[in-house]
Design a binder for this molecule. Sequence first.
Ligand code: SAH
Ligand code: SF4
Length: 376
Amino acid sequence: MLKEILNRTNFSRDDLIFLMKLTNQNELNRLFESAYAVKTELLGRTAYYRGLLEFSNRCRKNCFYCGIRSGNNQIERFDMTKEEILNLANWAWRNQYGSLTLQSGERNDPTFIKFVDDLIISIKKLSCGQLGLTLCLGEQTDEVFKKWFDLGAHRYLLRIETSNPRLYRRFHPNNAVHSFKARLSRLKALKRIGYQLGTGVMIALPGQTEEDLVDDILFYEAVDADMIGMGPYVVHSDTPTGQEVLAAGRNTDQDRRERLILALKMIAITRLYLRNVNIAATTALQALDPFGRELGLKAGANILMPIITAEEHRPKYLLYENKPCVGDDQEKCRDCLTSRVRSIGEEVGFSQWGDSPHATSPYKATPKIDLDGINP
Ligand code: SAH
Ligand code: SF4
Protein backbone atom coordinates (compact mmCIF):
# COMPACT_ATOMS: atom_id res chain seq x y z
CA MET A 1 0.00 0.00 0.00
CA LEU A 2 2.76 2.47 0.96
CA LYS A 3 4.75 1.70 -2.18
CA GLU A 4 1.67 2.19 -4.31
CA ILE A 5 0.88 5.55 -2.75
CA LEU A 6 4.46 6.81 -2.95
CA ASN A 7 4.48 5.99 -6.68
CA ARG A 8 1.48 8.23 -7.30
CA THR A 9 1.80 11.75 -8.63
CA ASN A 10 -1.75 12.66 -7.80
CA PHE A 11 -2.65 12.07 -4.16
CA SER A 12 -6.14 11.92 -2.72
CA ARG A 13 -6.92 13.26 0.75
CA ASP A 14 -7.12 9.66 1.95
CA ASP A 15 -3.62 8.96 0.58
CA LEU A 16 -2.28 11.91 2.51
CA ILE A 17 -4.03 10.77 5.70
CA PHE A 18 -2.55 7.30 5.26
CA LEU A 19 0.94 8.84 5.01
CA MET A 20 0.33 11.15 7.98
CA LYS A 21 -0.62 8.16 10.15
CA LEU A 22 2.52 6.12 9.42
CA THR A 23 4.40 5.10 12.57
CA ASN A 24 6.68 2.23 11.53
CA GLN A 25 10.28 3.47 11.36
CA ASN A 26 11.08 1.68 8.08
CA GLU A 27 7.98 3.11 6.46
CA LEU A 28 8.80 6.57 7.80
CA ASN A 29 12.27 6.29 6.30
CA ARG A 30 10.74 5.45 2.93
CA LEU A 31 8.43 8.44 3.18
CA PHE A 32 11.34 10.78 4.01
CA GLU A 33 13.49 9.31 1.21
CA SER A 34 10.72 9.80 -1.36
CA ALA A 35 10.25 13.42 -0.30
CA TYR A 36 14.00 14.02 -0.38
CA ALA A 37 14.13 12.58 -3.90
CA VAL A 38 11.42 15.00 -5.06
CA LYS A 39 13.31 17.89 -3.50
CA THR A 40 16.64 17.00 -5.10
CA GLU A 41 15.02 16.34 -8.46
CA LEU A 42 13.16 19.68 -8.55
CA LEU A 43 15.32 21.96 -6.42
CA GLY A 44 18.74 20.34 -6.21
CA ARG A 45 20.83 19.83 -3.10
CA THR A 46 21.03 23.47 -2.13
CA ALA A 47 19.71 25.03 1.05
CA TYR A 48 19.04 28.77 1.00
CA TYR A 49 19.52 31.08 3.95
CA ARG A 50 17.11 33.71 5.19
CA GLY A 51 18.95 35.55 7.98
CA LEU A 52 16.33 35.94 10.71
CA LEU A 53 16.30 39.30 12.44
CA GLU A 54 13.85 39.34 15.36
CA PHE A 55 13.91 43.05 16.03
CA SER A 56 11.21 43.60 18.67
CA ASN A 57 9.17 41.43 21.03
CA ARG A 58 6.38 43.95 21.55
CA CYS A 59 3.08 42.51 20.40
CA ARG A 60 -0.53 43.68 20.48
CA LYS A 61 -1.77 40.11 20.35
CA ASN A 62 -2.21 37.52 23.01
CA CYS A 63 -2.02 34.14 21.25
CA PHE A 64 -2.33 31.48 23.96
CA TYR A 65 0.76 29.48 22.91
CA CYS A 66 3.31 32.24 22.44
CA GLY A 67 5.96 33.32 24.94
CA ILE A 68 5.96 36.98 23.85
CA ARG A 69 2.15 37.39 23.97
CA SER A 70 1.05 40.74 25.36
CA GLY A 71 -0.29 39.11 28.52
CA ASN A 72 3.10 37.73 29.53
CA ASN A 73 4.47 40.26 32.00
CA GLN A 74 7.38 38.03 32.99
CA ILE A 75 9.48 39.17 30.03
CA GLU A 76 11.49 42.29 29.35
CA ARG A 77 10.34 44.02 26.17
CA PHE A 78 12.93 45.27 23.68
CA ASP A 79 13.22 47.15 20.39
CA MET A 80 16.40 47.05 18.38
CA THR A 81 17.42 50.45 17.02
CA LYS A 82 17.52 51.17 13.33
CA GLU A 83 21.32 51.36 13.54
CA GLU A 84 21.60 47.94 15.23
CA ILE A 85 19.32 46.39 12.61
CA LEU A 86 21.20 47.92 9.70
CA ASN A 87 24.54 46.76 11.13
CA LEU A 88 23.23 43.19 11.22
CA ALA A 89 21.71 43.49 7.75
CA ASN A 90 25.06 44.69 6.51
CA TRP A 91 26.75 41.75 8.22
CA ALA A 92 24.33 39.37 6.48
CA TRP A 93 25.01 40.95 3.12
CA ARG A 94 28.80 40.87 3.58
CA ASN A 95 28.49 37.21 4.57
CA GLN A 96 26.70 36.45 1.32
CA TYR A 97 23.32 35.70 2.79
CA GLY A 98 20.95 35.95 -0.15
CA SER A 99 17.98 37.11 1.91
CA LEU A 100 16.89 38.56 5.19
CA THR A 101 13.68 37.96 7.15
CA LEU A 102 12.43 40.76 9.38
CA GLN A 103 10.27 39.38 12.17
CA SER A 104 8.65 40.90 15.26
CA GLY A 105 5.54 40.87 17.39
CA GLU A 106 2.52 42.37 15.67
CA ARG A 107 2.03 46.13 15.81
CA ASN A 108 0.05 48.36 13.52
CA ASP A 109 0.61 51.84 14.96
CA PRO A 110 1.95 54.52 12.58
CA THR A 111 5.33 54.73 14.40
CA PHE A 112 5.95 51.03 13.78
CA ILE A 113 4.80 51.15 10.17
CA LYS A 114 7.05 54.12 9.48
CA PHE A 115 9.97 52.37 11.21
CA VAL A 116 9.54 49.35 8.90
CA ASP A 117 9.24 51.65 5.84
CA ASP A 118 12.63 53.11 6.73
CA LEU A 119 14.16 49.70 7.34
CA ILE A 120 13.08 48.37 3.95
CA ILE A 121 14.43 51.43 2.14
CA SER A 122 17.72 51.36 4.06
CA ILE A 123 18.31 47.62 3.74
CA LYS A 124 17.67 47.72 0.00
CA LYS A 125 20.02 50.69 -0.26
CA LEU A 126 22.90 49.29 1.78
CA SER A 127 22.89 46.06 -0.24
CA CYS A 128 22.45 47.80 -3.62
CA GLY A 129 19.13 45.96 -3.89
CA GLN A 130 20.86 42.61 -3.58
CA LEU A 131 19.48 41.34 -0.27
CA GLY A 132 16.13 39.67 -0.81
CA LEU A 133 13.65 40.70 1.85
CA THR A 134 10.97 38.57 3.53
CA LEU A 135 8.64 40.17 6.07
CA CYS A 136 7.02 38.33 8.97
CA LEU A 137 5.24 41.16 10.75
CA GLY A 138 1.71 39.89 11.23
CA GLU A 139 -1.56 41.20 9.89
CA GLN A 140 -1.53 44.64 8.26
CA THR A 141 -3.91 46.61 6.05
CA ASP A 142 -3.87 46.35 2.24
CA GLU A 143 -2.26 49.82 2.10
CA VAL A 144 0.61 48.84 4.39
CA PHE A 145 1.23 45.53 2.62
CA LYS A 146 1.22 47.38 -0.70
CA LYS A 147 3.58 50.10 0.49
CA TRP A 148 6.11 47.59 1.84
CA PHE A 149 5.89 45.60 -1.40
CA ASP A 150 6.44 48.73 -3.49
CA LEU A 151 9.45 49.60 -1.31
CA GLY A 152 11.06 46.28 -2.21
CA ALA A 153 9.96 43.52 0.18
CA HIS A 154 9.00 40.64 -2.08
CA ARG A 155 8.02 37.79 0.23
CA TYR A 156 5.71 37.72 3.25
CA LEU A 157 5.33 34.97 5.81
CA LEU A 158 2.02 34.84 7.66
CA ARG A 159 1.14 31.51 9.19
CA ILE A 160 -2.50 30.54 9.34
CA GLU A 161 -1.38 28.61 12.50
CA THR A 162 -4.12 26.02 11.88
CA SER A 163 -6.59 25.91 9.01
CA ASN A 164 -9.26 24.47 11.31
CA PRO A 165 -11.30 27.47 12.54
CA ARG A 166 -12.45 25.59 15.65
CA LEU A 167 -8.86 24.92 16.70
CA TYR A 168 -7.90 28.48 15.79
CA ARG A 169 -10.51 29.73 18.30
CA ARG A 170 -9.18 27.39 20.95
CA PHE A 171 -5.69 28.91 20.79
CA HIS A 172 -6.63 32.57 20.42
CA PRO A 173 -8.75 34.98 22.44
CA ASN A 174 -12.22 35.34 21.01
CA ASN A 175 -12.14 38.90 19.69
CA ALA A 176 -11.68 40.89 16.48
CA VAL A 177 -7.89 41.18 16.89
CA HIS A 178 -7.59 37.39 16.75
CA SER A 179 -9.96 36.48 13.95
CA PHE A 180 -9.49 33.47 11.66
CA LYS A 181 -11.50 35.22 8.99
CA ALA A 182 -9.28 38.29 9.13
CA ARG A 183 -6.11 36.17 8.93
CA LEU A 184 -7.46 34.39 5.88
CA SER A 185 -8.35 37.68 4.24
CA ARG A 186 -4.81 38.97 4.89
CA LEU A 187 -3.31 35.91 3.16
CA LYS A 188 -5.49 36.56 0.13
CA ALA A 189 -4.47 40.24 0.15
CA LEU A 190 -0.77 39.37 0.17
CA LYS A 191 -1.21 37.13 -2.84
CA ARG A 192 -3.28 39.74 -4.67
CA ILE A 193 -0.65 42.42 -4.08
CA GLY A 194 2.01 40.22 -5.62
CA TYR A 195 4.12 38.92 -2.74
CA GLN A 196 5.57 35.46 -2.84
CA LEU A 197 3.29 34.06 -0.18
CA GLY A 198 4.51 32.08 2.80
CA THR A 199 2.22 30.43 5.28
CA GLY A 200 2.30 27.52 7.70
CA VAL A 201 0.95 26.00 10.86
CA MET A 202 2.03 24.78 14.25
CA ILE A 203 2.23 21.01 14.27
CA ALA A 204 1.09 18.81 17.18
CA LEU A 205 -1.05 21.37 18.93
CA PRO A 206 -3.19 19.78 21.65
CA GLY A 207 -6.38 18.45 20.07
CA GLN A 208 -5.05 18.61 16.48
CA THR A 209 -5.59 15.44 14.45
CA GLU A 210 -3.73 13.95 11.48
CA GLU A 211 -6.78 14.88 9.38
CA ASP A 212 -6.40 18.51 10.48
CA LEU A 213 -2.77 18.47 9.32
CA VAL A 214 -3.69 17.02 5.94
CA ASP A 215 -6.31 19.74 5.59
CA ASP A 216 -3.57 22.27 6.40
CA ILE A 217 -1.62 20.99 3.37
CA LEU A 218 -4.74 21.26 1.20
CA PHE A 219 -5.14 24.78 2.58
CA TYR A 220 -1.59 25.68 1.46
CA GLU A 221 -2.59 24.58 -2.01
CA ALA A 222 -5.85 26.53 -1.93
CA VAL A 223 -4.15 29.82 -0.94
CA ASP A 224 -1.51 29.07 -3.58
CA ALA A 225 1.37 29.35 -1.11
CA ASP A 226 4.86 29.67 -2.58
CA MET A 227 6.66 28.86 0.63
CA ILE A 228 5.82 27.01 3.79
CA GLY A 229 7.22 27.88 7.21
CA MET A 230 5.86 25.43 9.74
CA GLY A 231 7.23 23.80 12.83
CA PRO A 232 6.30 21.76 15.84
CA TYR A 233 4.45 23.40 18.70
CA VAL A 234 6.92 23.81 21.57
CA VAL A 235 5.84 24.50 25.16
CA HIS A 236 6.40 27.85 26.83
CA SER A 237 5.47 27.49 30.50
CA ASP A 238 4.35 31.11 31.00
CA THR A 239 1.50 30.69 28.50
CA PRO A 240 -2.02 29.26 28.85
CA THR A 241 -1.38 26.51 26.25
CA GLY A 242 1.97 25.61 27.80
CA GLN A 243 0.40 25.35 31.25
CA GLU A 244 -2.42 23.20 29.91
CA VAL A 245 0.05 20.79 28.29
CA LEU A 246 2.26 20.64 31.39
CA ALA A 247 -0.72 20.09 33.71
CA ALA A 248 -1.82 17.15 31.54
CA GLY A 249 1.71 15.68 31.83
CA ARG A 250 2.05 15.88 28.02
CA ASN A 251 5.59 17.24 27.68
CA THR A 252 7.62 14.11 28.32
CA ASP A 253 10.60 13.13 26.15
CA GLN A 254 8.27 10.71 24.38
CA ASP A 255 5.72 13.48 23.68
CA ARG A 256 8.42 15.76 22.33
CA ARG A 257 9.74 12.97 20.11
CA GLU A 258 6.24 12.37 18.73
CA ARG A 259 5.86 16.10 17.98
CA LEU A 260 9.17 16.06 16.11
CA ILE A 261 8.20 13.04 14.02
CA LEU A 262 4.83 14.55 13.17
CA ALA A 263 6.60 17.75 12.06
CA LEU A 264 8.97 15.75 9.83
CA LYS A 265 6.05 13.84 8.32
CA MET A 266 4.32 17.14 7.64
CA ILE A 267 7.42 18.44 5.80
CA ALA A 268 7.75 15.26 3.75
CA ILE A 269 4.07 15.03 2.79
CA THR A 270 3.96 18.73 1.91
CA ARG A 271 6.97 18.20 -0.35
CA LEU A 272 5.38 15.19 -2.04
CA TYR A 273 2.10 17.01 -2.54
CA LEU A 274 3.13 20.59 -3.39
CA ARG A 275 6.43 19.60 -4.99
CA ASN A 276 8.21 22.83 -6.00
CA VAL A 277 7.41 25.18 -3.10
CA ASN A 278 10.06 26.37 -0.66
CA ILE A 279 9.83 24.66 2.72
CA ALA A 280 11.75 25.83 5.79
CA ALA A 281 13.45 23.57 8.31
CA THR A 282 12.51 25.85 11.19
CA THR A 283 14.38 26.52 14.42
CA ALA A 284 11.57 24.91 16.44
CA LEU A 285 12.62 21.50 15.05
CA GLN A 286 15.96 21.93 16.76
CA ALA A 287 14.23 22.82 20.03
CA LEU A 288 13.01 19.21 20.06
CA ASP A 289 16.11 17.47 18.71
CA PRO A 290 19.74 18.64 18.41
CA PHE A 291 19.68 17.50 14.76
CA GLY A 292 16.13 18.67 14.08
CA ARG A 293 17.03 20.99 11.24
CA GLU A 294 19.18 18.43 9.41
CA LEU A 295 16.32 15.97 9.76
CA GLY A 296 14.02 18.64 8.28
CA LEU A 297 16.30 19.02 5.24
CA LYS A 298 16.43 15.24 4.84
CA ALA A 299 12.62 15.11 4.94
CA GLY A 300 12.34 17.57 2.05
CA ALA A 301 12.88 21.11 3.40
CA ASN A 302 15.21 23.46 1.47
CA ILE A 303 15.28 26.72 3.45
CA LEU A 304 17.09 27.59 6.68
CA MET A 305 16.68 30.69 8.79
CA PRO A 306 19.91 31.33 10.70
CA ILE A 307 19.20 33.72 13.56
CA ILE A 308 21.09 36.98 13.26
CA THR A 309 19.27 38.80 16.08
CA ALA A 310 21.71 40.63 18.38
CA GLU A 311 22.99 38.24 21.05
CA GLU A 312 21.84 40.43 23.97
CA HIS A 313 18.22 40.36 22.74
CA ARG A 314 17.96 36.65 21.92
CA PRO A 315 16.93 35.54 25.42
CA LYS A 316 14.03 38.03 25.23
CA TYR A 317 12.62 36.66 21.96
CA LEU A 318 11.53 33.30 23.28
CA LEU A 319 8.34 32.27 21.51
CA TYR A 320 8.88 28.86 23.11
CA GLU A 321 11.32 27.24 25.53
CA ASN A 322 14.51 25.38 24.69
CA LYS A 323 15.04 27.66 21.69
CA PRO A 324 18.43 26.81 20.24
CA CYS A 325 21.21 29.31 19.44
CA VAL A 326 20.13 31.71 22.22
CA GLY A 327 23.67 31.92 23.63
CA ASP A 328 25.30 32.25 20.19
CA ASP A 329 26.13 35.19 17.98
CA GLN A 330 25.48 35.51 14.26
CA GLU A 331 28.95 34.27 13.26
CA LYS A 332 28.57 31.11 15.29
CA CYS A 333 25.09 30.50 13.81
CA ARG A 334 26.43 30.91 10.29
CA ASP A 335 29.31 28.47 10.81
CA CYS A 336 27.23 25.98 12.73
CA LEU A 337 24.41 25.88 10.18
CA THR A 338 26.76 25.76 7.21
CA SER A 339 28.52 22.73 8.65
CA ARG A 340 25.15 21.13 9.38
CA VAL A 341 24.16 21.58 5.72
CA ARG A 342 27.46 20.14 4.51
CA SER A 343 27.22 17.22 6.93
CA ILE A 344 24.31 15.88 4.89
CA GLY A 345 26.02 16.43 1.54
CA GLU A 346 24.30 19.68 0.57
CA GLU A 347 25.55 23.18 -0.20
CA VAL A 348 24.38 26.61 0.86
CA GLY A 349 23.08 28.85 -1.95
CA PHE A 350 25.14 31.87 -0.90
CA SER A 351 24.33 35.25 -2.47
CA GLN A 352 21.18 33.91 -4.10
CA TRP A 353 17.61 34.79 -3.28
CA GLY A 354 16.52 31.21 -3.70
CA ASP A 355 12.97 32.10 -4.69
CA SER A 356 10.48 29.30 -4.87
CA PRO A 357 10.14 27.96 -8.42
CA HIS A 358 6.45 27.70 -7.63
CA ALA A 359 6.22 31.50 -7.66
CA THR A 360 7.22 31.71 -11.30
CA SER A 361 5.93 28.37 -12.56
CA PRO A 362 2.80 28.70 -14.68
CA TYR A 363 1.55 25.33 -13.41
CA LYS A 364 -1.34 25.60 -10.97
CA ALA A 365 -3.31 22.60 -9.83
CA THR A 366 -7.01 22.85 -9.10
CA PRO A 367 -7.18 23.01 -5.31
CA LYS A 368 -9.08 20.21 -3.59
CA ILE A 369 -10.65 22.55 -1.07
CA ASP A 370 -12.50 25.78 -1.57
CA LEU A 371 -11.35 28.58 0.74
CA ASP A 372 -14.85 30.05 0.82
CA GLY A 373 -16.05 26.69 2.08
CA ILE A 374 -14.01 27.00 5.30
CA ASN A 375 -16.55 28.15 7.83
CA PRO A 376 -15.04 30.34 10.59
N1 SAH B 1 3.86 38.10 15.23
C1 SAH B 1 4.03 37.52 13.95
C2 SAH B 1 5.41 36.94 13.71
C3 SAH B 1 6.15 36.43 14.93
S1 SAH B 1 5.50 34.98 15.66
C4 SAH B 1 2.96 36.47 13.70
O1 SAH B 1 2.44 35.90 14.66
O2 SAH B 1 2.65 36.23 12.53
C5 SAH B 1 6.08 33.77 14.47
C6 SAH B 1 5.49 32.39 14.64
O3 SAH B 1 5.93 31.82 15.85
C7 SAH B 1 4.00 32.31 14.75
O4 SAH B 1 3.39 32.35 13.49
C8 SAH B 1 3.78 30.99 15.49
O5 SAH B 1 3.41 29.96 14.59
C9 SAH B 1 5.16 30.67 16.06
N2 SAH B 1 5.08 30.34 17.50
C10 SAH B 1 4.63 31.11 18.50
N3 SAH B 1 4.62 30.42 19.67
C11 SAH B 1 5.07 29.17 19.38
C12 SAH B 1 5.27 27.99 20.16
N4 SAH B 1 5.01 27.95 21.47
N5 SAH B 1 5.75 26.89 19.54
C13 SAH B 1 6.05 26.92 18.20
N6 SAH B 1 5.86 28.00 17.42
C14 SAH B 1 5.38 29.12 18.01
FE1 SF4 C 1 2.30 38.04 18.85
FE2 SF4 C 1 2.98 36.46 16.79
FE3 SF4 C 1 3.30 35.65 19.35
FE4 SF4 C 1 0.82 35.85 18.38
S1 SF4 C 1 2.44 34.45 17.66
S2 SF4 C 1 1.51 36.63 20.38
S3 SF4 C 1 1.05 37.62 17.01
S4 SF4 C 1 4.36 37.32 18.32
